[in-house]
Design a protein around this ligand. Structure first.
Ligand code: F6P
Length: 328
């Protein structure tokens, strides 16, 4: 006999880890899709910390009006160290049961998935949505926020280029991405950077940076944009010092920092957040637990959290190599 699916009457939603543009759009999608299916929604404040401290609010369809286009997350977010402690995890699960939460949707990155996996094991059905500007989650082609962050960085660098060109300078720009170079590669490709420095490929500084600048000058290029991923093995200062010492070119540093995490989500992020948010609610209704909603070959699907945490995501090294070749 087929196992009976427990009806979902109330769900919780939380955002966790670094915020990303589009998280609000996901909250809206989850709220509206749930209510459309007769399910109540509780917004858990400050990520898993709100589950531990019972900090929540009910969400109505009207509460999420005008949210689609807002950056950040209306539920606040946090990196909750207490979730590493079994005692606090149990408290979070007990609170879910006490609040009548039949399923929990967690939007964030790897750390969020681990928290959700533990709560699933404690009997709280959890579905994750991938949200981080880093796009470094191995099991999915896309994480909510990446496209907006790329566009934000690109428009800042386009402005930088104007002034670098006017002064015939070199610009060393640090972009986020934690330990991964996906953001740096996408941004570097989009702005036609002279060099893109990422943690996944140490490259050869002499040929990839110094020679590019020297040859560029000989070939009539008077300015250069060097993109450095924050996880690259040299800091922006070290990169800059070497450029000045070896080429004598006037060089300035720009660290884009948290600017990249803010702003109204792009159309792509709004659509992805909506697709993933709706899929998360449907997964709970279908009786699923311990799953991550992912994008693969433009198809939305769900996979087991454990499987998701064990995948490996590689950088598009072919694109990186082609960018190097085109930097002439
Ligand atoms: O994971 C998103 C991210 O913005 C990374 O790119 C960056 O390394 C990190 O978060 C910064 O974290 P925080 O906001 O805690 O400084």
């Amino acid at each position: 006999m087929a196992e009976e699916i427990r009806p979902i009457r109330r769900i919780g939603i939380l955002t966790s880890g670094g915020d990303a543009p589009g998280m609000n759009a996901a909250i809206r999608a989850v709220t509206r899709m749930s209510i459309a299916n007769g399910i109540e929604v509780l917004g858990i404040m400050h990520g898993f910390a709100g589950l531990i401290s019972n900090d929540f609010r009910t969400l109505s369809a009207r509460d999420v009006d005008g949210l689609l286009m807002k950056g950040g997350t209306m539920l606040y977010t946090a990196r909750c160290q207490e979730m590493h402690d079994p005692e606090f995890r149990q408290r979070a699960a007990d609170n879910c049961h006490f609040l009548g939460i039949d399923g929990l949707i967690c939007c964030g990155g790897d750390g969020t998935f681990r928290g959700a996996r533990e709560l699933s094991r404690l009997g709280v059905p959890c579905i994750c949505i991938t949200g981080t500007i880093d796009n470094d989650i191995s099991c999915t082609d896309y994480t909510i926020g990446f496209d907006t962050a790329c566009n934000t960085a690109i428009s800042a660098i386009d402005r930088l280029r104007d002034t670098m060109q006017s002064h015939a300078r070199c610009s060393v720009v640090e972009v986020m991405g934690r330990h991964a170079g996906h953001l740096a590669l996408a941004v570097g490709t989009s702005v036609g950077a002279a060099s893109i420095l990422v943690p996944e490929d140490a490259g050869n500084f002499e040929t990839d940076v110094i020679e590019k600048i020297r040859m560029g000058r000989i070939n009539g290029r008077n300015h250069h944009i060097i993109i450095v991923a924050e996880g690259y093995h040299m800091s922006c200062q070290e990169v800059t010092d070497r450029i000045i010492a070896e080429t004598g070119v006037d060089t300035r540093i720009t660290i884009l920092g948290h600017v990249q995490r803010g702003g109204s989500p792009s159309s792509y992020d709004r659509v992805m957040a909506t697709r993933m948010g709706c899929a998360a609610v449907e997964a709970l209704i279908d009786g699923k637990s311990q799953r991550i909603i992912v994008l693969r070959d433009n198809q939305i699907m769900d996979i087991d959290i454990e499987e998701g945490l064990n995948c490996e995501k590689s950088l598009d090294l072919e694109l990186l190599e082609n960018c190097r070749k085109m930097s002439i």
